[in-house]
Design a protein around this ligand. Structure first.
Ligand SMILES: Nc1ncnc2c1ncn2[C@@H]1O[C@H](COP(=O)(O)OP(=O)(O)OP(=O)(O)O)[C@@H](O)[C@H]1O
Ligand SMILES: [Mg+2]
Length: 250
């Protein structure tokens, strides 16, 4: 069953068609990837899926219900949570309090929200830092905090916008099992990611967006060898050049 379905969605900003008739389907229980060059429209697509932006046209369906016109807080109630590419924690609050901000969605009392924050901190590996001010976290810590804040809303679907960006290779390796654990706990994931090692390791299926259009989809290994995808990243003629260079070295 598809948990999130996006059908023919478009978003126009003045003269720019940032997302152009794009469709995708995220199966329940999957980790689905969304890749594409800078400015392709990936974050805009997330904003459309989570309700932060209204589409120019097209439809968003979550758990078989049309949510296209629904406000973000109502979609959050249904179980859609997103992280933000630019992480901005409440600097003056502790890690615990920052995570609790997400937990208030389903916990009315402060005590319950803070308790939920502790559980989530354990999942993402922030338990030892719960009482630190968020301002003291490293980039890797802030990324985990962003993940924790979204998880604290107890989502069915997590939209991760480059949660691995800015991490070094060993930090990336450390966080991959966290994402796998989140999936095992029953949360479906749609992730925007530039770190191909992560896409290869985690994703069941990958969509490729370029200049607002969905240009390819499939298993990660197939998609990365698709000439249309290589050209979208490296420019026109790149696939042929790579083939030619491969031939010289053979
Ligand atoms: N609110 C906005 N108003 C006007 N233009 C916008 C707005 N948001 C995004 N854009 C433009 O839409 C295009 C797609 O941007 P978007 O941020 O969705 O790309 P992206 O694929 O997430 O890129 P990146 O990999 O750099 O994060 C870009 O040209 C961007 O400048
Ligand atoms: Mg983006």
């Amino acid at each position: 069953m598809s948990l999130l379905q996006v059908d023919g969605i478009s978003k126009r900003f003045g003269g720019l068609l940032a997302v152009d008739n794009a469709s995708l389907s995220v199966p329940q229980g999957s980790i689905t990837g969304l890749i594409g060059p800078n400015g392709a429209g990936k974050t805009t697509l997330f904003a459309l899926a989570s309700g932060f932006l209204p589409p120019t046209s097209g439809r968003v369906t979550f758990a078989d219900e049309d949510v296209t016109q629904e406000e973000p807080h109502l979609r959050a109630r249904r179980g859609i949570a997103r992280t933000f590419q630019i992480v901005q924690p409440f600097q003056g609050l502790t890690v615990r309090e920052n995570i609790a901000v997400g937990a208030y969605l389903r916990n009315k009392s402060r005590d319950a929200a803070l308790a939920k924050a502790e559980t989530v901190a354990q999942t993402v590996g922030l338990a030892p830092l719960l009482d630190r001010p968020a301002a003291a976290l490293t980039v890797a810590g802030r990324k985990r905090l962003e993940l924790a804040r979204a998880l604290a809303t107890e989502p069915r679907l997590l939209l991760l916008d480059e949660v691995l960006a800015g991490l070094n290779p060993s930090e990336v390796r450390d966080i991959l099992p966290v994402l796998q654990q989140i999936r095992r706990s029953g949360v479906t994931i749609l992730m925007i990611e530039h770190v191909m090692q992560a896409v290869m390791n985690l994703c069941d299926h990958v969509y490729v967006l370029a200049q607002g259009r969905m240009i390819a989809e499939g298993a990660p290994r197939v998609v990365c060898n698709d000439p249309a995808v290589i050209e979208a990243y490296l420019g026109h003629g790149a696939a042929a050049r790579i083939r030619a260079e491969g031939g010289e070295h053979a």
